[in-house]
Each structure stands twice: as C-alpha cells, then as structure tokens.
Design a protein around this ligand. Structure first.
Ligand code: SF4
Length: 578
C-alpha cells in the first residue's frame, strides 16, 4: 500500500491516470490521508462541484491485513453540504480489496467536459477507464448487478446512485458488503455529489491473486490480534449487545434516557419505540429467515449488521442501523419497521445519507407538508428525490435547505449537516461534538454517548455541562486516530474500558508498520489530523460562530428532563485548545 492512483477526469482527450509513490503522505492512512490530501491540494474556497475539488478514497493503515475489524474506508473531499472539509467512512469489502491491490488511496480530480459516465476497473494488471452511459440513473443495486454480470462475483464496488449523478448535497458513496450488496455507505456530507461531479459512476476492484498485506513483525502481530479479538469478544457491548441486536440496541436505551429525539427534536421519548427497537428488529429478522448477526466485511468479529427480510421472507434491506431507524422512525413519528426498512433500501439504492434524509423529512413534517407518522408519504418523498423532481431536489439537498424553503425555525443542523440520533440537550457531551467537529453534526466524530449514557470509559452526567468539553475533546482526538487505522469505531467500547485491549491495538499498529508508538503518540496523531481539518475550515472562511448549535437548543427545553443545551460558547471555544 505504497502508491496513490490519481485519475484526472478533466484531462484533454478523456480521463488519464497516473500511479505515483505515496511520497510525502507516507505513514498516513484512512482519515489522516484523505484529510491531508484535501487540506494540502484542494483550494479551501473552491466550489465543491468544481474541477479543483478532489475526492479521495483511502483504506486504513491496517486494511488488507488479517487484523480484525480493519475494513473501514475513508472518503474525503470538500463537502457540498457543509462547505468544509469532509471525511465520511464506511464498512464493506472495498477497503480490504483496495489495500491488497497496493493502493493507499484513489484520488479523483478534475472535471470531464461532457456528461459521459465512467467505470474505473482496477485489478492486479492495472487500471482501465471506460465510458459506460448504460448505467445512467441506475440505482446502486442495479449498477452492481451489471458489474457482476460483466466482471464476475469476485469483485468489490464503490458506486453512486441517481442522487450522486444529480450532485445532490445529501448523496452518498456506496460500498459493497460481503454478499456484493451496495449496502454500506459513506453518507455524511454529500461525497456522492463530488464523485458525480467527476463523472465516475462506479469503481470496480478485483484483488484476485493479490496476497494479504504482511506485517513487519508477524509473530508480534499475530499475538496482538489474538489479544485484541479476545478483548472485543469479552466486552458486553462489542461481544454481546451489538452482535445480538445491532446498533439499534440503543433505541430503548436512549429512549429511557430521555434523549431519543422525536417529532423533529420536540421531545426525548417516543411512544412507539418498542415497535422499532433493536430487540424487535432482531426478532423479526430471525422469524423471517433473515440474519440478525452479520459482518459487513471479512475480519469483523463484532458483527453488528444483519439482513432484514420482508413478510414473505425476501430480502428487503440490510439491517437498518440505529441512526436510520431513528431518523426515518422516531424523528418522523413512524413506528412501522417494514416501512423504515423500505426507506433504508431506497436511500441505499438512490445513494442517499439516511440520517440527512430522515431528519430532512422530519423538518418537512414540522412544516406541515406531511403529517408526523405518514410512512407512505415519507416513502413517496424519497422516490421524488430519486426521480429528481423539483421537490425531490429540495429534499435531497438536506435539512438546512429544506428548513429554509418551508420556513421552519427548528432545524437541527450544524455547519449545514443534519444532527444524528442523540438530543444534544440530554447528551451534552455529544452536543459539544456536534457543535465543534470540523465535520458538522456528526456523532461518530466524538461519541460521548459512551461516558454520558453507557458508562463506558467512566461517567459524565449527560444533563450537566460540567466535564463535557474535556470528554468530547478526548473522544474527537481518539476518533481521528482510529479513523486513520481502518478500524471500525465500535472497537472504542472495548478499548476505552479495557487497557489491555487498547494496548493490543497499539501493538497491532507497531507490529504491522514497524513502529514503536505509545498511547501518547496515538494522541498526537489524532491531534494532527484534527488540526489539519480545522485549518482547512478556517481557510474556507469558518469562524467560531460555526461551532455552535442552533439557537432553539439553548431556548427550548426538551421533555422529559426539561433541559436546554447550556455548555457556554466560551467553553466550546476551548475544545481544540490543547
Ligand atoms: S461492527 Fe458493524 S459496522 Fe463495524 S465492521 Fe463490523 S459489521 Fe461493520
């Protein structure tokens, strides 16, 4: 993994590629690499859909090896949704496959002159770029089917749906899972629109005959991997709750904590939660011949994913995750699990971020455009987006724009990006993360639910402002480092609670890369990534005024705790003062 594939989509006479050594980016992977390339090479004030923006797709430092959980892949660009730097990451197979093909990153740059759509095929022989207009406006599922017919089933795909082709700010980039379904997505911040602006519909990867990436110290690596896996399997969250019920195990927990945003962030509990909880979802999956425990890529031992079948036992979608079930469920007052699974499938197929779409529909419901609870109306709205009707293009542009179009005050966004499934008034550590992350409102950027709600890695009272800045700061730093390794963020539960599992992660990195990193070095690595990202945003014109939650969170109390977000602006400005 010592080379970078650059594809200039705007080259004279059609796209041209070069393969170059990783050079100045040596030692960087995943988010560290995408953010370094975007920060160094993209003009911060450029239009996100212009030829000067780039989209960078990078496996993590450990991807392509036998390290458990190392199959996350990062997508970076200037975001069409936030206007700032973006790193959005996903599971699925492409990270492992791309890493085994030897690429630290694919960089798509420039802009084609015409409106042709391209396929990029990469295998051990090299790279082929072809015009493939037959794929125009196909959903991700049909696109991948066509690639399977053409290239066989030993491939992994990275694709966009119609939303990406239309360059909508909520468009995702899809990654195929082990069953070659385009069900894993880098959704946040609209990277699909940037891939669409480059005219690239699908990247097909085939690592046939390519070996696993080998560690510098195989014995130490093998031992560290063993300890790491044991640590994940013995922790209650990673060894039991997530495999049994998926991420949606959080629905009942957040609802009981009064922090489950309902009816467009009006209240913290949802009367219909039992119908859409992780426990209900897993029971339905088992009953209908689906799968409640499933890995999104080879080497995942937590297996938080699943397969959700319809009433007749046919595949409907992958197991909708907690965020999706909440966004299309409680936030819109919808308690019908089958309808939510259908919305999940449609988002995946059209290539849309489920969090942005659910929250946006919640805002449209607040405006009275649809009634809360109208599941069929929500499904129709997603079809409007997929068809590209004028209304669909508004919805597909996200919650901030939709709120303006419909004249809504309560619009839960930061830096233009929709807020996920934890009310910041009742999980204040996450409120700090939403406000200050360079990514916009993003729970994964500093997942304070750990100490605020789950009592993992200590306890900080979620309803009080004290301690939240420090909690969010430490988590944002750790996350920036983890996102660079290719490790799934869910390892955080075990490494926060079990020092030996954290040490095993560091041992894995050291044995693989031939390093002698300590915990402090990992912290410094995370700080470096965040500093680059914040620097890009400052050069793009962001000020501390963008590191704030919308005003209503400070003035409107949320029941049942009847609290507001009361971490002061001065404290928020201290998050990155290290
Ligand atoms: S824990 Fe879940 S999201 Fe993470 S790698 Fe495994 S299946 Fe994918």
């Amino acid at each position: 993994m010592d080379k970078i594939l650059r594809v200039n989509m705007g080259a004279k006479g059609g796209p041209k590629f070069t393969v170059e050594p990783i050079g100045v980016y040596t030692g960087l992977g995943g988010r560290a690499l995408t953010s370094a390339i975007v920060s160094k090479e993209v003009p911060p004030t450029c239009h996100p859909l212009s030829g000067t923006n780039k989209i960078v797709i990078a496996p993590g430092l450990l991807s392509g090896s036998i390290a458990a959980m190392s199959g996350r892949i990062s997508v970076g660009c200037k975001s069409p949704l936030t206007g700032g730097i973006k790193e959005s990451n996903s599971g699925g197979q492409p990270s492992q496959v791309l890493a085994r093909l030897g690429y630290a990153a694919i960089v798509l740059e420039g802009k084609p002159e015409g409106d042709d759509l391209y396929t990029i095929y990469i295998n051990k022989e090299g790279v082929k770029i072809t015009v493939n207009n037959d794929l125009r406006m196909l959903g991700n599922y049909d696109t991948v089917s066509k690639m399977k017919e053409k290239f066989g089933d030993k491939i992994a795909c990275i694709s966009i749906g119609p939303a990406g082709e239309m360059r909508l700010p909520a468009a995702s980039v899809a990654f195929t899972d082990m069953e070659l379904r385009p069900a894993r997505h880098a959704g946040r911040g609209g990277p699909g629109a940037v891939m669409g602006s480059k005219g690239v519909k699908v990247i097909v990867l085939d690592d046939t005959d390519m070996p696993m990436r080998q560690p510098k110290d195989p014995e130490r690596f093998k031992e560290a991997n063993k300890v790491f896996i044991e640590g994940l399997l013995k922790h209650g969250v990673t060894g039991q709750a997530l495999p049994a019920y998926g991420t949606n195990v959080l629905a009942n927990i957040l609802n009981e904590a009064g922090a489950y945003p309902t009816y467009n962030f009006k209240q913290g509990t949802f009367a219909g939660v039992a119908k859409i909880s992780g426990e209900t979802e897993a029971a339905l999956e088992t009953e209908r011949g689906g799968v409640p425990t499933h890995a999104c890529h080879r080497g995942c031992v937590i297996r938080c994913s699943g397969i959700y079948n319809d009433k007749d036992g046919h595949y409907l979608s992958k197991q909708p995750e907690y965020e999706t079930v909440w966004a299309h469920g409680a936030d819109c007052g919808i308690d019908d699990m089958d309808k939510i699974a259908m919305l999940d499938f449609l988002d995946d197929n059209y290539g849309l971020d489920t969090i942005e779409m659910g929250t946006t529909i919640g805002v449209a419901m607040e405006a009275g455009f649809l009634k809360f609870g109208d599941a069929d109306g929500a499904i129709n709205l997603i079809h409007e987006v997929g068809k590209g009707t004028p209304l669909g293009r508004i919805i597909g542009s996200g919650a901030a724009l939709t709120g303006k179009v419909f004249g809504v005050e309560r619009v839960p966004v930061v830096k233009g990006q929709a807020m996920p499934a934890y009310d910041p008034r009742a999980v204040k550590g996450l409120g700090v993360t939403y406000a200050t992350s360079p990514m916009g409102a993003d729970h994964t950027a500093g997942y304070a639910t750990t100490a605020n709600i789950l009592k993992v890695g200590g306890f900080v009272d979620p309803l009080k402002p004290q301690g939240q800045v420090e909690l969010s700061r430490n988590l944002q730093i750790a996350t920036a480092a983890i996102d660079s390794t290719g490790m799934c963020l869910f390892i955080a539960f075990a490494i926060l609670d079990q020092p030996e599992t954290f040490q095993a992660l560091i041992d894995l990195l050291n044995a693989f890369c031939g390093l002698s990193f300590t915990g402090n070095d990992v912290t410094e690595y995370g700080k470096k990534v965040l500093t680059m990202e914040r620097d890009f945003n400052i050069r793009a014109g962001f000020t501390k005024e963008q590191d704030r939650l919308p005003e209503f969170f400070k003035t409107q109390e949320i029941p049942p705790h009847n609290v507001v977000f009361d971490v002061s602006d001065e404290e928020l400005d201290e998050v990155f003062n290290w």
